[in-house]
Design a protein around this ligand. Sequence first.
Ligand SMILES: *Cc1c(COP(=O)(O)O)cnc(C)c1O
Length: 433
Amino acid sequence: MPTHFRPEECYQPCQAECRFPGCLDPIQAVADEHEFSEGGGVNPAVDLSTTFTFMKAQDMQKTFMGEMVSEEGEMGSSLYSRYQNPTVEMLGRKLAALEGTEAAFPLASGMAAITCSLLQIVKNFKAQGEDRNTILASRQIYGGTFAFLHDLASQFGWKIRFFHPANPEECKNLLDSNVAAIYAETLSNPLLRLANIPALAEMAEDVGAKLVVDNTFTPLVIMPHRLGAHVVVHSLTKFIGGHSDHMGGVVCSSKEFKNQLRDLHTGFAMLLGPTLNPFAAWSIAMHMESLAIRFAEESKRAMRFAQELKKRQVRVIYPGLPEHPDHTLFKKMRNCVKYGFGGILTVDLGDAQRADLFMEMLQEKMFGLLAVSLGNIRTLMSPSARSTSSELPEEEKARIGLTEGMVRLSIGCSGNEEFMVQRLHKVLDELGL
Ligand SMILES: *Cc1c(COP(=O)(O)O)cnc(C)c1O
Protein backbone atom coordinates (compact mmCIF):
# COMPACT_ATOMS: atom_id res chain seq x y z
CA MET A 1 0.00 0.00 0.00
CA PRO A 2 1.41 3.41 -0.94
CA THR A 3 2.85 5.41 1.95
CA HIS A 4 0.39 8.24 1.26
CA PHE A 5 -2.37 6.22 2.86
CA ARG A 6 -2.48 6.79 6.58
CA PRO A 7 -5.30 4.84 8.20
CA GLU A 8 -5.83 7.38 10.98
CA GLU A 9 -6.74 10.03 8.45
CA CYS A 10 -9.45 8.10 6.67
CA TYR A 11 -12.20 10.09 5.05
CA GLN A 12 -15.06 8.95 7.31
CA PRO A 13 -18.30 9.26 5.30
CA CYS A 14 -17.21 6.71 2.72
CA GLN A 15 -16.32 3.99 5.21
CA ALA A 16 -19.59 2.14 4.87
CA GLU A 17 -19.17 1.52 1.17
CA CYS A 18 -15.40 1.64 0.98
CA ARG A 19 -13.53 -1.32 -0.38
CA PHE A 20 -10.39 -0.03 1.31
CA PRO A 21 -11.39 0.88 4.85
CA GLY A 22 -8.68 3.10 6.17
CA CYS A 23 -7.94 4.96 2.97
CA LEU A 24 -6.95 8.58 2.77
CA ASP A 25 -8.79 10.64 0.20
CA PRO A 26 -6.02 11.06 -2.39
CA ILE A 27 -6.62 14.81 -2.63
CA GLN A 28 -5.04 15.19 0.82
CA ALA A 29 -1.84 13.59 -0.40
CA VAL A 30 -1.93 15.97 -3.39
CA ALA A 31 -2.42 19.02 -1.16
CA ASP A 32 0.36 17.87 1.17
CA GLU A 33 2.79 18.04 -1.75
CA HIS A 34 2.77 21.83 -1.55
CA GLU A 35 5.85 23.87 -2.29
CA PHE A 36 6.56 27.54 -1.57
CA SER A 37 8.58 29.68 -3.92
CA GLU A 38 12.17 30.53 -3.04
CA GLY A 39 11.08 34.00 -1.91
CA GLY A 40 8.41 32.52 0.36
CA GLY A 41 5.53 33.06 -2.05
CA VAL A 42 2.42 31.01 -1.29
CA ASN A 43 2.70 29.49 -4.76
CA PRO A 44 5.60 27.47 -6.11
CA ALA A 45 7.90 29.30 -8.52
CA VAL A 46 8.16 28.53 -12.22
CA ASP A 47 11.65 27.42 -13.10
CA LEU A 48 11.85 28.69 -16.67
CA SER A 49 15.28 27.33 -17.45
CA THR A 50 16.21 24.76 -20.03
CA THR A 51 19.67 24.22 -18.57
CA PHE A 52 21.00 24.09 -15.02
CA THR A 53 24.23 25.05 -13.31
CA PHE A 54 26.45 22.45 -11.68
CA MET A 55 28.69 23.52 -8.83
CA LYS A 56 31.11 20.70 -9.53
CA ALA A 57 32.17 19.67 -13.03
CA GLN A 58 32.27 16.07 -11.83
CA ASP A 59 28.53 16.12 -11.09
CA MET A 60 27.75 16.99 -14.70
CA GLN A 61 29.68 13.98 -15.92
CA LYS A 62 28.05 11.78 -13.27
CA THR A 63 24.59 12.87 -14.46
CA PHE A 64 25.43 11.92 -18.03
CA MET A 65 26.75 8.57 -16.86
CA GLY A 66 23.49 7.94 -14.95
CA GLU A 67 25.42 7.89 -11.67
CA MET A 68 24.10 11.07 -10.10
CA VAL A 69 22.07 10.48 -6.94
CA SER A 70 20.53 13.34 -4.93
CA GLU A 71 20.65 13.72 -1.14
CA GLU A 72 17.16 12.15 -1.00
CA GLY A 73 18.51 9.14 -2.87
CA GLU A 74 16.71 10.10 -6.10
CA MET A 75 18.41 9.35 -9.37
CA GLY A 76 19.37 12.20 -11.65
CA SER A 77 19.40 15.94 -11.22
CA SER A 78 18.23 18.92 -13.19
CA LEU A 79 20.57 18.93 -16.15
CA TYR A 80 18.53 19.88 -19.15
CA SER A 81 14.76 20.28 -19.11
CA ARG A 82 14.02 17.42 -21.51
CA TYR A 83 15.50 15.19 -18.81
CA GLN A 84 14.30 16.95 -15.67
CA ASN A 85 12.93 20.35 -14.74
CA PRO A 86 12.12 21.38 -11.12
CA THR A 87 8.64 22.73 -11.93
CA VAL A 88 7.71 19.67 -13.97
CA GLU A 89 9.01 17.51 -11.10
CA MET A 90 6.85 19.48 -8.64
CA LEU A 91 3.77 18.64 -10.74
CA GLY A 92 5.01 15.05 -10.96
CA ARG A 93 5.06 14.72 -7.17
CA LYS A 94 1.43 15.87 -6.98
CA LEU A 95 0.41 13.40 -9.69
CA ALA A 96 2.25 10.52 -8.01
CA ALA A 97 0.33 11.43 -4.83
CA LEU A 98 -2.93 11.45 -6.81
CA GLU A 99 -2.40 7.94 -8.16
CA GLY A 100 -0.50 6.53 -5.18
CA THR A 101 2.49 5.59 -7.33
CA GLU A 102 6.17 5.93 -6.48
CA ALA A 103 6.84 8.41 -9.27
CA ALA A 104 5.22 10.34 -12.09
CA PHE A 105 6.64 11.82 -15.28
CA PRO A 106 4.56 14.67 -16.73
CA LEU A 107 4.82 14.97 -20.52
CA ALA A 108 3.52 17.24 -23.25
CA SER A 109 0.23 15.42 -23.92
CA GLY A 110 -1.83 12.40 -23.01
CA MET A 111 -0.84 10.76 -26.31
CA ALA A 112 2.84 11.23 -25.43
CA ALA A 113 2.25 9.47 -22.09
CA ILE A 114 0.40 6.58 -23.77
CA THR A 115 2.75 6.01 -26.70
CA CYS A 116 5.99 6.42 -24.69
CA SER A 117 4.73 3.99 -22.01
CA LEU A 118 3.84 1.27 -24.49
CA LEU A 119 7.03 1.70 -26.53
CA GLN A 120 9.11 1.55 -23.35
CA ILE A 121 7.39 -1.61 -22.10
CA VAL A 122 7.99 -3.44 -25.40
CA LYS A 123 11.59 -2.22 -25.46
CA ASN A 124 12.19 -3.30 -21.85
CA PHE A 125 11.17 -6.86 -22.69
CA LYS A 126 13.59 -6.79 -25.64
CA ALA A 127 16.37 -5.64 -23.31
CA GLN A 128 15.67 -8.72 -21.17
CA GLY A 129 15.92 -10.94 -24.24
CA GLU A 130 12.16 -11.43 -24.59
CA ASP A 131 10.66 -10.55 -27.93
CA ARG A 132 7.15 -9.70 -26.76
CA ASN A 133 5.24 -7.51 -29.16
CA THR A 134 1.56 -8.25 -28.60
CA ILE A 135 -0.67 -5.63 -27.03
CA LEU A 136 -4.12 -6.63 -25.81
CA ALA A 137 -6.26 -3.52 -25.84
CA SER A 138 -9.81 -2.69 -24.95
CA ARG A 139 -11.79 -2.04 -28.11
CA GLN A 140 -13.42 1.01 -26.50
CA ILE A 141 -10.55 3.47 -26.27
CA TYR A 142 -9.74 7.03 -27.17
CA GLY A 143 -9.63 7.52 -30.98
CA GLY A 144 -5.96 8.57 -30.97
CA THR A 145 -4.90 5.55 -28.92
CA PHE A 146 -6.89 3.27 -31.22
CA ALA A 147 -5.22 4.85 -34.26
CA PHE A 148 -1.75 4.49 -32.71
CA LEU A 149 -2.28 0.79 -32.05
CA HIS A 150 -4.44 -0.21 -35.02
CA ASP A 151 -2.93 1.95 -37.77
CA LEU A 152 0.60 2.84 -36.71
CA ALA A 153 2.14 0.38 -34.21
CA SER A 154 0.79 -2.51 -36.27
CA GLN A 155 3.10 -1.32 -39.11
CA PHE A 156 6.13 -1.87 -36.88
CA GLY A 157 5.43 -5.52 -36.30
CA TRP A 158 3.34 -5.19 -33.18
CA LYS A 159 0.37 -7.51 -32.93
CA ILE A 160 -2.71 -5.79 -31.61
CA ARG A 161 -5.69 -7.76 -30.32
CA PHE A 162 -8.84 -6.13 -29.00
CA PHE A 163 -11.21 -7.22 -26.25
CA HIS A 164 -14.41 -5.85 -24.75
CA PRO A 165 -13.56 -3.84 -21.61
CA ALA A 166 -16.37 -5.36 -19.58
CA ASN A 167 -15.57 -8.91 -20.69
CA PRO A 168 -12.32 -10.02 -19.05
CA GLU A 169 -12.95 -13.56 -20.39
CA GLU A 170 -12.40 -12.29 -23.93
CA CYS A 171 -9.06 -10.87 -22.80
CA LYS A 172 -8.16 -14.09 -21.02
CA ASN A 173 -8.62 -16.08 -24.23
CA LEU A 174 -6.07 -13.87 -25.98
CA LEU A 175 -3.35 -14.29 -23.35
CA ASP A 176 -0.02 -15.85 -24.24
CA SER A 177 3.66 -15.36 -23.49
CA ASN A 178 4.01 -12.82 -26.33
CA VAL A 179 1.82 -10.28 -24.58
CA ALA A 180 3.84 -7.26 -23.47
CA ALA A 181 0.95 -5.17 -22.17
CA ILE A 182 -2.76 -5.15 -21.51
CA TYR A 183 -4.23 -1.73 -22.15
CA ALA A 184 -7.59 -0.31 -21.04
CA GLU A 185 -9.32 2.89 -20.02
CA THR A 186 -10.88 2.82 -16.56
CA LEU A 187 -14.09 4.20 -18.02
CA SER A 188 -14.32 3.82 -21.76
CA ASN A 189 -14.95 6.63 -24.19
CA PRO A 190 -17.78 7.39 -24.94
CA LEU A 191 -19.84 4.32 -23.97
CA LEU A 192 -18.69 4.45 -20.34
CA ARG A 193 -18.02 0.76 -19.78
CA LEU A 194 -15.80 0.04 -16.82
CA ALA A 195 -12.66 -2.07 -17.09
CA ASN A 196 -12.44 -4.74 -14.41
CA ILE A 197 -8.96 -3.63 -13.32
CA PRO A 198 -8.32 -6.27 -10.63
CA ALA A 199 -9.25 -9.04 -13.10
CA LEU A 200 -7.05 -7.57 -15.86
CA ALA A 201 -4.17 -7.12 -13.39
CA GLU A 202 -4.34 -10.78 -12.47
CA MET A 203 -4.22 -11.78 -16.14
CA ALA A 204 -1.22 -9.54 -16.77
CA GLU A 205 0.55 -11.12 -13.78
CA ASP A 206 -0.24 -14.60 -15.08
CA VAL A 207 1.80 -14.07 -18.24
CA GLY A 208 4.33 -11.59 -16.84
CA ALA A 209 2.91 -8.68 -18.85
CA LYS A 210 2.26 -5.08 -17.72
CA LEU A 211 -1.19 -3.58 -17.20
CA VAL A 212 -1.44 0.00 -18.44
CA VAL A 213 -4.60 1.94 -17.54
CA ASP A 214 -5.70 5.31 -18.90
CA ASN A 215 -7.46 6.95 -15.94
CA THR A 216 -8.29 10.27 -17.65
CA PHE A 217 -12.07 10.01 -16.97
CA THR A 218 -11.81 9.03 -13.30
CA PRO A 219 -9.12 10.90 -11.32
CA LEU A 220 -9.61 10.69 -7.52
CA VAL A 221 -12.56 8.34 -7.68
CA ILE A 222 -10.66 5.29 -8.96
CA MET A 223 -6.95 4.60 -8.43
CA PRO A 224 -5.92 1.87 -10.88
CA HIS A 225 -2.52 1.32 -9.25
CA ARG A 226 -4.21 0.33 -6.00
CA LEU A 227 -6.22 -2.17 -8.00
CA GLY A 228 -3.15 -3.70 -9.61
CA ALA A 229 -2.23 -1.60 -12.67
CA HIS A 230 1.53 -1.24 -13.23
CA VAL A 231 1.36 2.02 -15.16
CA VAL A 232 -1.37 4.67 -14.98
CA VAL A 233 -1.57 7.36 -17.66
CA HIS A 234 -3.64 10.53 -17.89
CA SER A 235 -4.35 13.26 -20.33
CA LEU A 236 -3.81 16.31 -18.08
CA THR A 237 -5.59 18.28 -20.79
CA LYS A 238 -8.90 17.06 -19.33
CA PHE A 239 -10.13 16.93 -15.69
CA ILE A 240 -6.76 17.44 -14.00
CA GLY A 241 -6.01 20.69 -15.87
CA GLY A 242 -9.74 21.39 -15.91
CA HIS A 243 -9.70 24.66 -17.85
CA SER A 244 -8.80 23.60 -21.42
CA ASP A 245 -5.84 25.97 -21.39
CA HIS A 246 -2.85 23.61 -21.51
CA MET A 247 -2.08 20.27 -23.12
CA GLY A 248 -0.36 17.75 -20.87
CA GLY A 249 -0.03 14.08 -20.02
CA VAL A 250 1.54 11.97 -17.31
CA VAL A 251 2.96 8.51 -16.74
CA CYS A 252 2.45 7.41 -13.10
CA SER A 253 4.65 4.43 -12.32
CA SER A 254 7.58 3.06 -10.34
CA LYS A 255 10.74 5.16 -10.09
CA GLU A 256 12.48 2.51 -12.15
CA PHE A 257 10.06 2.90 -15.07
CA LYS A 258 10.31 6.70 -14.92
CA ASN A 259 14.09 6.47 -15.10
CA GLN A 260 13.82 4.10 -18.05
CA LEU A 261 11.58 6.62 -19.86
CA ARG A 262 14.24 9.32 -19.50
CA ASP A 263 17.29 7.16 -20.00
CA LEU A 264 19.79 9.09 -22.12
CA HIS A 265 20.33 6.16 -24.46
CA THR A 266 17.08 4.21 -24.57
CA GLY A 267 14.36 6.35 -22.98
CA PHE A 268 11.41 7.08 -25.26
CA ALA A 269 10.39 10.27 -23.42
CA MET A 270 13.99 11.48 -23.52
CA LEU A 271 14.64 10.61 -27.16
CA LEU A 272 11.28 11.31 -28.82
CA GLY A 273 11.22 14.51 -26.77
CA PRO A 274 7.58 15.25 -25.77
CA THR A 275 8.68 17.56 -22.95
CA LEU A 276 6.11 19.45 -20.89
CA ASN A 277 6.71 23.18 -20.76
CA PRO A 278 7.43 24.32 -17.16
CA PHE A 279 4.90 27.11 -17.44
CA ALA A 280 2.17 24.65 -18.42
CA ALA A 281 3.31 22.34 -15.60
CA TRP A 282 2.98 25.19 -13.10
CA SER A 283 -0.46 26.15 -14.37
CA ILE A 284 -1.72 22.54 -14.27
CA ALA A 285 -0.37 22.19 -10.71
CA MET A 286 -2.32 25.34 -9.71
CA HIS A 287 -5.53 23.99 -11.30
CA MET A 288 -5.04 20.66 -9.52
CA GLU A 289 -5.74 22.38 -6.22
CA SER A 290 -9.40 22.65 -7.21
CA LEU A 291 -9.68 19.20 -8.81
CA ALA A 292 -11.58 17.66 -5.88
CA ILE A 293 -14.26 20.36 -5.66
CA ARG A 294 -14.64 20.52 -9.44
CA PHE A 295 -14.85 16.76 -9.82
CA ALA A 296 -17.28 16.22 -6.94
CA GLU A 297 -19.60 18.99 -8.22
CA GLU A 298 -19.40 17.79 -11.83
CA SER A 299 -20.23 14.24 -10.75
CA LYS A 300 -23.16 15.46 -8.69
CA ARG A 301 -24.56 17.47 -11.61
CA ALA A 302 -23.97 14.66 -14.11
CA MET A 303 -26.01 12.36 -11.86
CA ARG A 304 -28.80 14.94 -11.66
CA PHE A 305 -28.89 15.48 -15.45
CA ALA A 306 -28.83 11.71 -16.04
CA GLN A 307 -31.84 11.32 -13.74
CA GLU A 308 -33.72 14.18 -15.42
CA LEU A 309 -33.10 12.64 -18.85
CA LYS A 310 -34.16 9.22 -17.61
CA LYS A 311 -37.42 10.65 -16.20
CA ARG A 312 -38.24 11.83 -19.72
CA GLN A 313 -37.31 8.44 -21.15
CA VAL A 314 -34.43 9.84 -23.17
CA ARG A 315 -31.79 7.12 -23.46
CA VAL A 316 -28.81 8.06 -21.32
CA ILE A 317 -25.65 6.17 -20.43
CA TYR A 318 -24.25 7.01 -16.99
CA PRO A 319 -22.50 4.65 -14.56
CA GLY A 320 -24.28 6.26 -11.61
CA LEU A 321 -27.65 4.93 -12.77
CA PRO A 322 -28.47 1.55 -11.16
CA GLU A 323 -29.36 0.02 -14.54
CA HIS A 324 -25.89 0.76 -15.96
CA PRO A 325 -24.28 -2.67 -16.49
CA ASP A 326 -21.14 -1.71 -14.51
CA HIS A 327 -22.82 0.23 -11.69
CA THR A 328 -22.03 -2.38 -9.02
CA LEU A 329 -18.47 -2.93 -10.20
CA PHE A 330 -17.90 0.86 -10.15
CA LYS A 331 -19.01 0.98 -6.51
CA LYS A 332 -16.61 -1.83 -5.67
CA MET A 333 -13.65 -0.20 -7.40
CA ARG A 334 -14.01 3.40 -6.28
CA ASN A 335 -12.23 5.16 -3.42
CA CYS A 336 -14.62 7.76 -2.10
CA VAL A 337 -18.39 8.09 -2.31
CA LYS A 338 -18.12 11.87 -2.46
CA TYR A 339 -16.62 11.78 -5.97
CA GLY A 340 -19.72 10.11 -7.39
CA PHE A 341 -19.53 8.46 -10.79
CA GLY A 342 -17.73 11.11 -12.81
CA GLY A 343 -18.74 14.03 -14.96
CA ILE A 344 -19.27 12.31 -18.30
CA LEU A 345 -22.59 11.13 -19.64
CA THR A 346 -23.70 10.03 -23.07
CA VAL A 347 -27.15 10.79 -24.46
CA ASP A 348 -28.69 8.98 -27.39
CA LEU A 349 -30.81 11.35 -29.47
CA GLY A 350 -31.62 8.70 -32.07
CA ASP A 351 -30.14 10.26 -35.19
CA ALA A 352 -27.42 12.70 -36.27
CA GLN A 353 -29.83 15.49 -37.17
CA ARG A 354 -31.53 15.53 -33.79
CA ALA A 355 -28.18 15.20 -31.99
CA ASP A 356 -26.89 18.28 -33.82
CA LEU A 357 -30.03 20.27 -33.00
CA PHE A 358 -29.77 19.22 -29.35
CA MET A 359 -26.20 20.51 -29.07
CA GLU A 360 -26.85 23.72 -30.99
CA MET A 361 -29.92 24.56 -28.91
CA LEU A 362 -28.11 23.84 -25.65
CA GLN A 363 -25.26 26.07 -26.77
CA GLU A 364 -27.67 28.85 -27.66
CA LYS A 365 -29.11 28.65 -24.14
CA MET A 366 -25.59 28.77 -22.63
CA PHE A 367 -25.98 25.31 -21.16
CA GLY A 368 -22.70 24.24 -22.64
CA LEU A 369 -20.30 24.58 -25.53
CA LEU A 370 -20.20 22.58 -28.74
CA ALA A 371 -16.57 21.53 -28.51
CA VAL A 372 -14.50 18.37 -28.27
CA SER A 373 -12.45 17.49 -25.20
CA LEU A 374 -13.74 17.13 -21.65
CA GLY A 375 -13.15 17.91 -18.00
CA ASN A 376 -13.58 21.66 -18.48
CA ILE A 377 -15.31 23.73 -15.81
CA ARG A 378 -17.93 24.41 -18.49
CA THR A 379 -20.08 21.74 -20.07
CA LEU A 380 -18.65 20.52 -23.39
CA MET A 381 -20.69 18.58 -25.95
CA SER A 382 -19.62 16.56 -28.97
CA PRO A 383 -21.10 13.85 -31.22
CA SER A 384 -18.55 11.09 -30.51
CA ALA A 385 -19.07 8.90 -33.58
CA ARG A 386 -18.56 11.90 -35.85
CA SER A 387 -15.72 13.57 -33.93
CA THR A 388 -13.40 12.18 -31.24
CA SER A 389 -14.13 8.57 -32.12
CA SER A 390 -14.18 9.06 -35.90
CA GLU A 391 -10.86 7.17 -36.12
CA LEU A 392 -12.79 3.97 -35.45
CA PRO A 393 -13.77 2.06 -38.62
CA GLU A 394 -17.54 1.86 -39.25
CA GLU A 395 -17.73 -1.85 -38.43
CA GLU A 396 -15.90 -1.24 -35.16
CA LYS A 397 -18.40 1.50 -34.21
CA ALA A 398 -21.29 -0.82 -35.03
CA ARG A 399 -19.72 -3.61 -33.01
CA ILE A 400 -19.42 -1.51 -29.85
CA GLY A 401 -22.80 0.16 -30.35
CA LEU A 402 -21.60 3.69 -31.02
CA THR A 403 -24.19 5.49 -33.14
CA GLU A 404 -24.43 8.88 -34.87
CA GLY A 405 -27.18 10.14 -32.60
CA MET A 406 -25.02 9.86 -29.50
CA VAL A 407 -23.79 13.02 -27.81
CA ARG A 408 -21.12 12.95 -25.13
CA LEU A 409 -21.57 15.58 -22.46
CA SER A 410 -18.75 16.52 -20.13
CA ILE A 411 -20.67 18.21 -17.37
CA GLY A 412 -19.16 21.41 -16.01
CA CYS A 413 -19.46 23.04 -12.61
CA SER A 414 -19.96 26.66 -13.68
CA GLY A 415 -23.27 28.48 -13.37
CA ASN A 416 -26.21 27.46 -11.25
CA GLU A 417 -27.37 23.85 -11.31
CA GLU A 418 -31.10 24.66 -11.15
CA PHE A 419 -30.91 27.06 -14.10
CA MET A 420 -29.00 24.45 -16.07
CA VAL A 421 -31.65 21.81 -15.32
CA GLN A 422 -34.36 24.20 -16.54
CA ARG A 423 -32.43 24.90 -19.75
CA LEU A 424 -32.00 21.20 -20.43
CA HIS A 425 -35.75 20.61 -20.00
CA LYS A 426 -36.57 23.57 -22.23
CA VAL A 427 -34.47 22.16 -25.06
CA LEU A 428 -35.99 18.69 -24.63
CA ASP A 429 -39.48 20.28 -24.70
CA GLU A 430 -38.64 22.12 -27.92
CA LEU A 431 -37.35 18.92 -29.48
CA GLY A 432 -40.57 17.14 -28.49
CA LEU A 433 -38.69 14.59 -26.39
C1 LIG B 1 -7.91 13.23 -24.57
C2 LIG B 1 -7.59 11.85 -24.22
C3 LIG B 1 -6.35 11.29 -24.55
C4 LIG B 1 -5.30 12.05 -25.31
O1 LIG B 1 -4.78 13.11 -24.57
P1 LIG B 1 -4.13 14.43 -25.24
O2 LIG B 1 -3.77 15.25 -24.06
O3 LIG B 1 -5.17 15.02 -26.13
O4 LIG B 1 -2.94 13.94 -26.01
C5 LIG B 1 -6.13 10.00 -24.15
N1 LIG B 1 -7.05 9.28 -23.48
C6 LIG B 1 -8.25 9.78 -23.17
C7 LIG B 1 -9.22 8.94 -22.42
C8 LIG B 1 -8.57 11.08 -23.52
O5 LIG B 1 -9.78 11.57 -23.22
